[in-house]
Design a protein around this ligand. Structure first.
Ligand code: 5RP
Length: 218
């Protein structure tokens, strides 16, 4: 079984959480792309989707699913998204696809965050995957210096502009033993829009695609 087969299996398992006539929050990335594909047979039952990126919006619209403005909807049931790393406490690093800010916003509005991953994403401690930080362009050098003070090695993600018109710094060599605290600390640096630690609001249900099938961690 390939890593992609495992992502597909986790994505398919998330379909059972989609209630009839409901609005769903949709994340970004290759695992979520499988989830969007898996929505095809039940698309007529979906009231609409709130999307975390232009890329996912394009895919949802191509399927005929209406993409709704978050400001026009109230709270909704579920947000389905992948992760770059996740711990047993359901704390995550996200933002490998540079969509972290919109992902965090849509996740905040949903009642349940359903994280769909393959088993390579499970880690004892966050930080092996470089932590993405979305930054207002004019603050890039200042924020980088502040991140060095926190013990990290920030690297500018060349050529990437987020859907919000900002830049990404990927912070290497962090061992994130207290993700809740570090999430807050980095967000407090002036010029940071948000960072890819999802700990204050972690996942609620994790669906892990693995060789033996899909494991549910709730
Ligand atoms: O946070 C994300 C995008 O910003 C993705 O959820 C994360 O990068 C995982 O991606 P994939 O499903 O392609 O492995």
């Amino acid at each position: 079984m390939t890593q992609d087969d495992k992502k597909k299996a986790a994505a398919q398992a998330a379909i059972e959480y989609v209630k009839d006539d409901s609005i769903i929050g949709v994340g970004t990335g290759s695992t979520v792309n499988h989830f969007i594909d898996a929505l095809a047979p039940i698309k007529h039952k979906i009231a609409g989707a709130v999307s975390s990126s232009e890329a996912s919006s394009i895919k949802l619209k191509a399927l005929g699913i209406e993409v709704l403005d978050l400001n026009s909807v109230g709270n909704f049931d579920i947000y389905v998204d992948g992760a770059d790393e996740i711990t047993e406490h359901k704390h995550m690093i996200k933002g490998g696809g540079a969509a972290l800010t919109r992902e965090k916003i849509v996740a905040a509005v949903a009642d349940k965050f359903i994280c769909i991953i393959d088993d390579t994403k499970q880690v004892p401690v966050l930080g092996h995957f470089p932590l993405p930080v979305e930054v207002i362009p004019m603050a890039r050098s200042y924020v980088a210096r502040e991140l060095v003070k926190l013990g990290g090695d920030p690297v500018y993600r060349q050529g990437v502009v987020t859907d919000n018109g900002n830049v990404i710094l990927d912070v290497h060599n962090l061992s994130i033993t207290n993700p809740v605290e570090l999430e807050e600390k980095i967000n407090n640096i002036v010029g940071v829009v948000t960072n890819g630690i999802f700990a204050q609001r972690g996942a609620d249900i994790v669906l892990v695609g693995q060789e033996s099938g899909v494991e549910k961690i709730a």
